[in-house]
Design a protein around this ligand. Structure first.
Ligand code: HPA
Length: 275
C-alpha cells in the first residue's frame, strides 16, 4: 500500500470516530490476553466495533470482540482497545499499529499497554506484574519501515525514554502503596507463535531481557514516534528457565495472566487517577 493511501485511511477512521464521541480521549489502553480488568472501571460512553470503523483491521482471534470502548476512568477520557493484533496472526506492522495512529490523530497523549510474558529473570515469580523499563525488538520488522510520514513524527525517532520514566516511577510508587509486589525489567518481543526453546530462553537472558512475549513493541515504537508517553506492564505467566524447562500451554499463560492482571488493573486505575 502506498503510504499516502495509509495516511488517508487512518484519517478516515479517526474522522468516523470523532463524529461519534463527545470528548477526545487523552489516554489509550491496549490490554493483553487475560488482562482486561481495567475495562470494568470504565464509565462507558460509546463502543465502536472494528467492523464498523472504516479501514480498521479486523480481529481473527476467537474470544476477541474487536471493539474500541470510549468512556471515562476517574473522570478522564480514555479509549480501550478490546482485542489487539499480533504479528504471528499474519498482520503487517502497519496493520498492527493502525489503531495507534488513529489514537494519535484523536489527540491521545498517554499510551498504556499490557501483555502476558514469560519470565526469564530467574528472580521472577509467576503471577506477578513487571513494569517495562525498556524493550528489545527481535521481531525482525518495524512499523516505521518505508517512507516517513513527517506530519506524524521524525524519520529517526529517539527511544531513549521509550517507556516514560515519570510514569514508571509513579507506577512503582503506587504498587508500593497498594502492597503489590512489582518487578521492573526489559521486555523482548519475538514473533512467535511457538513458545521458546530452552536454548532461546538462555539466549534471551544473555542479551539482557527479563521477560519475553509476542506483542507490544510495534505499538510502542509508533506511540513514541507519534509523541505519546508510554507506560507498559507485563504479567509474568511462566518461567522461561532453560535448565528446568517445563511444558507450557496457552491455558496456563491465560490463568496466570489473570492473577497478575488484577494487580495491574489496580495500579493502572490509580495511575490514571493521579494524571
Ligand atoms: N514466551 C513468549 N511469549 C509468551 C511467553 C513465553 O514464555 N509467556 C507468555 N507469552
Amino acid at each position: 500500500m502506498e503510504i499516502r493511501e495509509y495516511v488517508e485511511k487512518v484519517n478516515e477512521a479517526a474522522k468516523y470516530i470523532r463524529e461519534r464521541i463527545s470528548e477526545d480521549p487523552k489516554i489509550a489502553m491496549i490490554l493483553g490476553s487475560g488482562l482486561g480488568g481495567i475495562s470494568r472501571e470504565i464509565d462507558v460512553e460509546k463502543s465502536l466495533l472494528y467492523t464498523d470503523i472504516p479501514y480498521f483491521p479486523l480481529s481473527t482471534a476467537p474470544g476477541h470482540k474487536g471493539e474500541l470502548v470510549f468512556g471515562k476512568v476517574h473522570g478522564k477520557p480514555v479509549v480501550l482497545m478490546n482485542g489487539r493484533f499480533h504479528y504471528y496472526e499474519g498482520y503487517s506492522m502497519k496493520e498492527i499499529t493502525f489503531p495507534v495512529r488513529v489514537f494519535q490523530l484523536l489527540g491521545v497523549e498517554i499510551f498504556i499497554v499490557t501483555n502476558a510474558a514469560g519470565g526469564i529473570n530467574p528472580d521472577f515469580e509467576v503471577g506477578k506484574p513487571m513494569v517495562i523499563t525498556d524493550h528489545i525488538n527481535l521481531l525482525g520488522d518495524n512499523p516505521l519501515i518505508g517512507p516517513n510520514v513527517d506530519e506524524w513524527g521524525p524519520r529517526f525517532p529517539d527511544l531513549s525514554n521509550a517507556y516514560d520514566r515519570g510514569l514508571r516511577e509513579m507506577a512503582v510508587e503506587i504498587a508500593g502503596e497498594l502492597g503489590i509486589k512489582i518487578y521492573e525489567g526489559v521486555y523482548v518481543a519475538v514473533p512467535g507463535p511457538n513458545f521458546e526453546t530452552a536454548a532461546e530462553y538462555r539466549m534471551l537472558r544473555r542479551i539482557g531481557a527479563d521477560a519475553v512475549g509476542m506483542s507490544t513493541v510495534p505499538e510502542v515504537i509508533v506511540a513514541n514516534h507519534g509523541g505519546m508517553k508510554v507506560l507498559g506492564f507485563s504479567a509474568i505467566t511462566d518461567k522461561g528457565d532453560p535448565d528446568n524447562l517445563k511444558p507450557l500451554t496457552a491455558e496456563e499463560v491465560l490463568e496466570n495472566a489473570e492473577r497478575a492482571g488484577k494487580a495491574i488493573a489496580r495500579i493502572i486505575s490509580e495511575v490514571i487517577n493521579r494524571l
